[in-house]
Write a protein that binds this ligand. Structure first.
Ligand SMILES: C=C(O[C@@H]1C=C(C(=O)O)C=C[C@H]1O)C(=O)O
Length: 87
């Protein structure tokens, strides 16, 4: 019944995981540069700019609230990972 949709989700998840890994690895590099330059991990201005930008990438504007929530969570995970990997 849901086989085709679940297959689509599985393939999308495979791509998301690859992109998540890539993004987190860049985050780790950024944490190293910040640590070397005594900069704080949290950058509120950058986070607001990221959300503004990704919302513009949407083709379905009805998803802007959900995308914004997704990015707030993603950037929280990213900051926690930066804290963890820059110790
Ligand atoms: C990755 C960074 O560090 C933090 C995490 C961000 C993110 O995950 O996009 C953005 C801003 C910072 O709060 C950065 O400064 O670019």
């Amino acid at each position: 019944m849901l086989e085709n949709e679940r297959k689509s989700i599985d393939e999308i998840d495979r791509q998301l995981v690859a992109l998540f890994e890539k993004r987190m690895h860049v985050t780790k590099k950024i944490a190293q540069v910040k640590s070397e330059n005594q900069l704080p991990i949290y950058d509120a201005v950058r986070e607001a700019a990221v959300i503004d930008k990704v919302i513009q990438y949407l083709t379905d504007d009805s998803l802007s609230e959900e995308l914004s929530q997704f990015y707030v969570s993603l950037m929280n995970i990213s900051k926690n990972y930066q804290e963890k990997t820059s110790k």
